[in-house]
Write a protein that binds this ligand. Structure first.
Ligand code: ZN
Length: 276
C-alpha cells in the first residue's frame, strides 16, 4: 500500500491555557512544525497564535511561523487554516482569504456551513467559490474539510467546474458537535461516497483520534493527529504534538504500512516542491 501521510494539526484554536504543550508564539509554532516533521509528519496544519499564545488571523503571525520552517530547510508540507475557530472573527471572509497571499502548500477549505459546537461556521456558496478561485490562482492546494456527507456534493460540483483540481485531498472531520459523529459506520459511508480521484484522510476529535487514525491506516486513508483535535495522550495525561505523531508512526509501521516522507506526500498529493 502507498505510504501513510501523517498530518499534524499542531496549534488549533484552543485558549493558550488549555495545555502547557501548545506552541504559544509564531516562532514556537514553526519549531513545533519542524519537530513533528522529524517525528514522521509530512503535513503540518497551522493556526497562527500571537506572542501571548492567543489564536490569531493576522498575516504577520502566520508569516513568522512560516519563516522558521523555511529557514530551517525543512520540506514539510505547510497547511494553513482559512478558518479562525471561535476565538476570532470566524466569519470575516476577507481575513480568511488573506492568508493565501503567503502561498502555503495547502490550506483548509471547509466545504459548507454548519453549527460548530456553540457557534455557526459560515461557508456560503459564494465564499467557497471565491476561496476555490483564489487558491487556484495562487497554486495553493485545498485540503477539503468535510464535516458531513452533503459537503462531498459541493466539492464534486466545484471540481466539475474546474475550480478544484484533482487529485482531491479530502479531510473528513468527525466528532464536531454539529457535524457527522465519529463512528466507524459514518467513516465507512463517507469513504464509499468519495468523488473520483480523491485521496482521503480523517481527523477525529478527542479520544476518538487514535482509533480513527488506526482505521485510516487499515483502510488506505491518511491520518491527522495533533493537539488541535486532542490534548491528551491518555486519560488525564496531556500529550505533546511529537508524542501524538510518533504514536501514529509506530502504529502504522506495526500494521505494516510505511509512513510517507514529505517528498512522497508531495508526490501523492501532486504538490510542487517547496520554493526557497
Ligand atoms: Zn484547523
Amino acid at each position: 500500500m502507498y505510504p501513510l501521510i501523517i498530518n499534524a494539526a499542531i496549534s488549533g484554536a484552543a485558549p493558550p491555557t488549555a495545555s502547557i504543550h501548545l506552541p504559544k508564539s509564531p516562532e514556537a509554532i514553526g519549531r513545533e512544525a519542524i519537530a513533528c516533521a522529524e517525528a514522521g509528519a509530512s503535513i503540518v496544519h497551522i493556526h497562527a497564535r500571537d506572542d501571548d499564545g492567543v489564536h490569531s488571523g493576522r498575516l504577520e503571525h502566520f508569516s513568522r511561523a512560516l519563516d522558521v520552517i523555511k529557514d530551517s530547510g525543512c520540506d514539510v508540507i505547510v497547511n494553513f487554516t482559512t478558518s479562525f475557530g471561535g476565538a476570532s472573527p470566524q466569519n470575516d471572509y476577507q481575513l480568511r482569504l488573506a492568508v493565501l497571499d503567503l502561498r502555503p502548500d495547502l490550506a483548509s477549505f471547509d466545504a459548507g456551513t454548519l453549527n460548530f459546537n456553540d457557534s455557526v461556521f459560515l461557508n456560503d456558496p459564494a465564499f467557497l467559490r471565491d476561496l476555490a478561485l483564489r487558491m487556484k490562482e495562487r497554486n495553493v492546494k485545498p485540503e477539503l474539510e468535510i464535516f458531513d456527507e452533503g459537503m462531498l456534493g459541493t466539492v464534486e460540483r466545484l471540481a466539475d467546474e474546474g475550480l478544484i483540481e484533482e487529485p482531491l485531498f479530502i479531510q473528513f472531520v468527525l466528532g464536531i458537535r454539529g457535524g457527522a459523529r465519529a463512528t466507524p459506520a459514518n467513516l465507512n459511508h463517507l469513504v464509499s461516497a468519495l468523488p473520483r480521484n480523491a485521496i482521503w484522510s480523517v481527523a477525529a476529535i478527542g479520544r476518538d483520534q487514535l482509533r480513527f487514525d488506526a482505521m485510516a491506516i487499515a483502510m488506505g486513508g491518511h491520518a491527522r493527529t495533533g493537539l488541535e483535535d486532542n490534548l491528551y495522550y491518555s486519560k488525564g495525561e496531556l500529550a505533546t504534538n511529537v508524542q501524538l505523531v510518533s504514536r501514529v508512526k509506530v502504529l502504522s509501521e506495526l500494521m505494516g504500512r510505511e509512513v510517507a516522507t514529505p517528498e512522497q506526500a508531495r508526490g501523492l498529493l501532486q504538490i510542487d516542491k517547496p520554493t526557497s
